[in-house]
Write a protein that binds this ligand. Sequence first.
Ligand code: UD1
Length: 339
Amino acid sequence: MRVLLAGGAGYIGAHTAVALLEAGHEAVLLDNLDNTSAVVAQRIAQITGTTAPLVVGDAADDEVVERAFSEHGPFDAVIHFAAHKAVGESMQKPLEYYANNLDSTFALLRVGLAHGIRSFVFSSTGTVYSDPADLPFTEEATRNLVDLSNPYSKSKLMNEVVLQDVQAVNPDVSITSLRYFNPVGAHASGLIGEDPQGIPNNLMPFVARVAVGRLEAINVFGDDYDTPDGTGQRDYIHVVDLAEGHVAALEKAKPGFAAYNLGTGRPVSVLELIASFERAIGRELPKRIAPRRPGDLAATYCDPAKAERALGWKARLTIDDMTRDVWHWQQGNPGGYEG
Ligand code: UD1
């Protein structure tokens, strides 16, 4: 299959490009390099021995997408990773989030369908759920749009509505929405990984920067939650497993719209993640208990059974695999791609 990856130089896109190439498919990256680096394309080539051409430009611009198709098409499929993804920032900049996260889908669908793509895979999020009464979250547990707490999550659910309506009038096309839980980890080569700009918001990259000495101490946001050790539990999924979920979604694509959870189904607490990281590096990390972060749930984790049933996909890697691979990546690239 020949696949266009919008946002393909980003964290999840790059790992998916590797997984596609290793499975014998062809990949072309389209990325505005807003939040990543062109070095990623070289790293993908280093890992796979195959080149994934990089088109630099914005996936929300029809002309750019048209150029990707005319210069590198025809494509069988598009995977759409290109989006703004910071929940906190989305509350400050709702218009930017709605515009960017929807315009990119519109452009990719308009141009892609005109060029006859057979399947479209969309990066959605486990934050389309949020009622603790629904744990573990199955695909049926999406909230009403107005009940979601932030524009980022709303923009993802709005996209899913658009995708279903577009699929209905393109009955031969397969549209798949993949709802990611907490992607962490890095490729085992240590050549690609997560490279957030500034101080990371998310736990794993924050811990990695403390481990490498770029930040002083880990803040544990709350130790009085109703969880086994009092700290928040999440469904961390190794990015390599997640990438393989995309390959499975493409290979098993059937006409129609479907949404799948991609997670392990196993909750891991903040303290368990830190303990795993400490095992990986063989020393203790400085940490302190801090107040709860506003808006955080005590626990979120999915029921991944639908993806296993329909796609034959299941996450294989453990939290120790995730922390080991993050450490390998962080050690080899202490300043990220440009460092
Ligand atoms: C966040 C995003 C979510 C996104 C996901 C990607 C929010 C509200 N949600 O989820 O949209 O899909 O990342 O992985 O931002 N924690 C600490 N100290 C820290 C950072 C986090 O204790 O410095 C705790 C949090 O309270 C939480 C857990 O670690 O219990 C995970 O937090 P984080 O990595 O930010 O992920 P989420 O909040 O689950």
